[in-house]
Write a protein that binds this ligand. Sequence first.
Ligand SMILES: [Zn+2]
Length: 220
Amino acid sequence: MKLISVQYGDFEEIEHLNPNFQKNFLKLKLTLDMLSPKEIYIENFPRLMFTLIEALPNLRYHQCSHGEKRHLKREYDPSHLISPIKIIGDVIDTVHLLEHTILELQCQISEMDVCSGLTCNYWEPENRFDVFVECTEPNIAIFSSNVAIAALKNIIYNTNDFDLPSLSDTVAIAKQIYSRGITDADELAGALQWSKPKVQSEIKRLDRFNFPFQILQPAA
Ligand SMILES: [Zn+2]
């Protein structure tokens, strides 16, 4: 799973593909190449989905318009058993789950009530995909994307560059800094009830995923 480009814009050409897109949001467009053989993504998908839902339980409540029309004749959709996120049975499921993970991280960090996304595949090369994510602050969307990609890779390949149980800590500190405007390490330690060394190590991790420390949410 390799991020090959990031763009920010309105992308009017895809607006009609998700009726939930809102006119007042611009979108981040991520282009990704899925570099492993197709079987790797398909075989690992159930474990990926269960693990992500455990780490981000709110994924269960996402709305999803993806693939609805294409699967009208299906007798039942197994995805409804655990999540409303639609499953096609191909590599795109992994990319689509990445989209929902980015949306969830972004909504939690920036306290957005709702944001929508879209995942599209290319005909050629067939392992290339575009993920569109509505955002108010592109740098938070990029940070959320970096964290989501690391988390998915960690689950699929058992890599140790990201410690999944600490995903909620990453979200918690990012939210304090971005949405609450707390930047002082002592204040963060107090607000999160963490030790100062823990705050410092979490800040290093935010930095590794390009957290936009210079940008704070304007006071409401
Ligand atoms: Zn969806």
